[in-house]
Design a protein around this ligand. Structure first.
Ligand SMILES: [Zn+2]
Length: 295
């Protein structure tokens, strides 16, 4: 009896040891709270609420390293032909005031020409949108620096921040570490927006620092980010809720009327049914509007 108990106990211990070993082997290093190492890992796409941009990470940059010297660093396009994060250190020597040349030969991923004359002042939905702004870096027609971006994102979203950097550098002659990341969802060819991160170098961000996401949207237009096609958003008036009104149904004819229609006055009581509902409710139930009062 005692021998048997020892056998069972040692068997139990052996099984537990094996299970523990297996666990350690399968899950070698599982940190409890993985610390995000890059902006991409830490990034959660913010919800668009009508503002052209949203402050991220409390306005503080995700990157840690800054540079004292000016530089620009563009990455090769990915397998889908999409731009990647562009990094730079903006200084007095990188600002340019020269007239911008032609960039029309570059076709960024998801480039799909569409006009909305009544919605967009410059007619066209998309711009070839610089990641690192031309005025800041002098970078021109480089495919690694141009994305398919809406007029709205370019002008309302990004431009004010680019101007802020240029003014700060002009005023102080300091440097600004500036990273721009287009954010794509899965295999989509048009980015949902761009993350702009900037921090002044010589004063460790006390003079200038921001971390914002600019939305690649255009009010009144629905963009299909998968391929850059687009369509007009439905006019708000069409989705206005219908009023609930007093209608009178003629159960015999299957027609419905406004309550003041002559057809109601001549209707026999046995055929009459009074309802308070929307027009669509009645249509859905199979009733037809009267041709005289046109409800
Ligand atoms: Zn009628």
């Amino acid at each position: 009896m005692r021998k048997r108990l020892i056998l069972v106990l040692s068997l139990f211990t052996a099984v537990m040891m094996l299970a523990l070993l297996g666990f350690v082997y399968v899950f070698p290093k599982q940190p409890e709270n993985p610390v995000p190492q890059t902006a991409e890992e830490a990034f959660v796409l913010p919800e668009y609420t009508g503002e052209p941009s949203a402050i991220m990470n409390g306005g503080r940059v995700y990157f840690e390293e800054t540079h004292e010297e000016s530089y620009t660093e563009l990455q090769e396009l990915d397998a889908l032909g999409r731009c990647q994060e562009a990094r730079s250190c903006i200084g007095p020597d990188t600002l340019t005031h020269e007239e911008r040349g032609d960039i029309g030969m570059v076709k960024p991923s998801g480039w799909n020409l569409a006009r909305y004359d009544d919605l967009i002042e410059d007619h066209y939905l998309f711009n070839r949108c610089h990641l690192l702004g031309y005025a800041l870096t002098g970078l021109l027609a480089d495919e690694r620096n141009l994305i398919t971006g809406t007029r709205c994102m370019n002008v309302m979203g990004m431009l004010p921040y680019e101007v802020e950097i240029a003014r700060y550098v002009q005023r102080t002659e300091n440097h600004v570490e500036y990273h721009v990341t287009p954010v794509f969802v899965n295999d989509e060819l048009v980015c949902r927006g761009v993350l702009l991160q900037a921090k002044s170098v010589e004063d460790q961000g006390s003079g200038l620092q921001f971390c914002v996401f600019c939305f690649n949207v255009q009010p009144g237009v629905i963009i299909h980010y998968s391929d850059g096609t687009s369509e007009r958003a439905e006019a708000p008036s069409r989705s206005m809720p219908q009023p609930e009104l007093h209608y009178v149904i003629n159960l015999r004819s299957g027609k419905f009327h406004y309550d003041d229609c002559d057809g109601v006055k001549t209707m026999s009581e046995s055929n009459r049914k009074d309802v308070w509902c929307t027009r669509d409710d009645l249509i859905e139930e199979g009733y037809k509007p009267c041709g005289t009062c046109n409800p």
